[in-house]
Design a protein around this ligand. Structure first.
Ligand code: C5P
Length: 298
């Protein structure tokens, strides 16, 4: 009779490549700055929502430790070493002593300097994919610690669900959100996140909101709750934001900025039909749906 160990399942062999790895964008339904830490990072309360506007990563495991990045449509950061996917891969190597390398091809669709979390989402999807490709089996809390060092929004994308977010972005509580459609607008100009956070006019003392009050709202009120504390300063630095908010108002839509901008969004009632023809050239507009879960979780 065979020993039981010979019948024990062998650990699954990690794949050598993962293609079509999605990295979805987020919208901040509201974003309240409630204080500032001694290291300068801001304390916030926000609801982060996953939407169906996404980048795509294709990854191949390579021997030798080198991390290379290919920009498939010319919209990724010009220098690979500035790209958060490269920094994520290197951080994972450093944290684990892993000697594998990788080639990462990035199809960038989420606009940059938009407040939609594209770079952070790419980094999170890269960490999740390389954890498999390199056979590391790091648990999620450890990936989140690595992710937080890359950027305050990375843990949210690793978490994989809409979330009530506190701290600097690392305290996450899943929240259910009803299915909804949103018009998302991206002006041609963007704003650098640090310029907004360091601005002297930034309001940093919002009163604390209560998650249960938020969750008790009906769908319409839920998607118009609170405000974005970064919007007034962003509007000063980037006049396109004010123009876009006015345009949305003219369409009868309650517009708001997401994250540190410059993208704007407005919830759409089911029957709403929008004429995008009056937007000037250079503006991107997309009708998005919120996701029921992160595609990598599914
Ligand atoms: O972490 P991330 O790279 O997204 O942040 C970019 C910059 O935004 C930080 O260097 C910091 O100046 C500012 N920031 C902040 N408080 C946060 C998130 C970001 O002050 N919660």
């Amino acid at each position: 009779m065979s020993s039981t160990s010979s019948w024990a399942p062998s650990p699954p062999c990690p794949p050598r490549a993962l293609y079509d790895v999605p990295a979805p964008a987020k919208l901040n339904l509201f974003l309240h700055i409630t204080g500032r830490r001694p290291d300068g990072y801001h304390l916030l309360q926000s609801v982060f929502m996953l939407i169906d506007w996404a980048d795509t990563l294709h990854l191949q495991r390579r021997p030798g430790g080198h991390i290379s990045r290919e920009d498939l449509n010319g919209d990724a950061p010009a220098l690979p070493e500035h790209d958060l996917v490269v920094r994520a891969a290197q951080a994972l190597q450093q944290a684990t002593g892993c000697t594998w390398g990788a080639h990462i091809a990035l199809d960038k669709r989420i606009p940059q300097e938009a407040g939609m979390g594209g770079g952070s989402s790419d980094a999170a999807s890269c960490l999740l994919a390389l954890n498999r490709l390199w056979g590391l089996r790091l648990p999620l809390p450890q990936l989140m610690t690595i992710g937080l060092q890359l950027g305050a929004d990375v843990p949210f994308f690793l978490g994989g669900h809409h979330a009530w977010v506190e701290g600097i972005g690392e305290q996450l509580q899943p929240v259910p959100l009803p299915p909804a459609r949103f018009l998302v607008l991206k002006p041609p100009s963007g704003v650098a996140t640090p310029d907004i956070f360091r601005h002297p006019a930034l309001q940093r003392d919002c009163t604390l909101a209560d998650r249960h009050d938020f969750l008790a709202l009906d769908a319409q009120a839920l998607y118009q709750y609170g405000h974005n504390s970064l919007q007034a300063v962003a509007q000063q630095l980037c006049p396109d934001i004010g123009w876009g908010l006015h345009w949305l108002q003219q369409q009868g839509l309650p517009g708001r900025m997401t994250g540190s901008g410059s993208a704007l969004f407005a919830p759409l009632a089911n029957e709403t039909d929008i004429d995008l023809g009056t937007l000037p050239p250079g503006w991107q507009a997309k009708i998005c749906r919120n996701l029921s879960a992160h595609p990598l979780q599914a």
